[in-house]
Design a protein around this ligand. Structure first.
Ligand SMILES: [Zn+2]
Ligand SMILES: [Zn+2]
Length: 247
């Protein structure tokens, strides 16, 4: 007999994207987030845990009319401008994520944030991909809070289908990190690379070393990015343990 437990929903998930993100990219992002959330609900149900509905809020490129343009948090573009290093021509991911963490509405109602950026992205040197003269990262995240993903380098992938499946995989992988998968205390099948914990199984939480590798993994996971058994267990535990959105 399976005991069913009803627990409140996991926190809502807001999705924003910068100016310049195409309709195709935005649609792929929102669909992927929906699939991801449905996946969590399905996995939890397999463990006898029924989650309340999870709100997905696709804000896109937004502005707040009441905040004067240029003031903190007036709109999506404020995050982009405040976190951009003009000399590098890249968004500095930790700076961007810190702005998200300090959002007044993050304090008022804790939620998860996913941001899709058109501009190139940069993070700590140990996470760099690309060459020494042209380093970048594809994504970065703040576990428990937010992930930021750039389509800048993905747009160099000639085949549209590969481009979209690479974007989907990046989104699911990073939302996994946001939900703290692999769990901090897990010891089996874990790889630590560049300060991030990854899964060593055939799994969407495997580490990628660059764009070609990302395309190859997305291709291997043809039926769609999915979590291995160990990561699924971590997801369920995270859904139970996280401070639930009952405020
Ligand atoms: Zn990762
Ligand atoms: Zn895994």
């Amino acid at each position: 007999m399976t005991l069913e437990r009803r627990i409140p929903s996991i926190r809502s998930l807001s999705v924003m994207w910068s100016e310049g993100i195409t309709d195709t990219e935005a649609r792929a992002a929102v669909t992927t987030v929906r699939d991801f959330v449905k996946g969590i609900h399905d996995v939890c149900a397999m463990y006898g845990l029924i989650l309340g509905p999870t709100q997905i809020r696709p804000f896109g490129t937004w502005i707040i009319q009441a905040i004067p343009r240029g003031d903190p948090y007036w709109g999506t573009q404020w995050y982009v401008e405040s976190a951009t290093d003009r000399q590098r021509g890249q968004i500095i991911a930790p700076r961007f994520l810190e702005l998200v963490r300090r959002e007044p509405w993050q304090q008022a109602m804790p939620h998860f944030d996913l941001a899709i950026m058109e501009a190139d992205l940069w993070d700590e040197p140990e996470r760099a991909l690309g060459t020494a003269s042209d380093p970048f990262v594809l994504s970065a995240c703040l576990p428990g809070i937010a992930a930021v993903i750039s389509v800048h380098r993905l747009r160099g992938i000639p085949d549209l289908r590969n481009r979209i499946s690479a974007l989907r995989r990046l989104i699911v992988h990073n939302l996994g990190h946001v939900l703290e998968v692999p769990a901090v205390d897990r010891e089996n099948a874990v790889d630590s690379v560049g300060g991030e914990r990854h899964c060593a199984n055939h799994c969407v939480m495997r580490h990628t070393t660059g764009i070609d590798h990302l395309i190859a993994l997305a291709d291997q996971e043809r039926s769609g990015p999915s979590f291995c058994e160990a990561c699924r267990r971590d997801l369920v535990r995270s859904a139970i343990l996280q401070r639930l959105s009952n405020n």
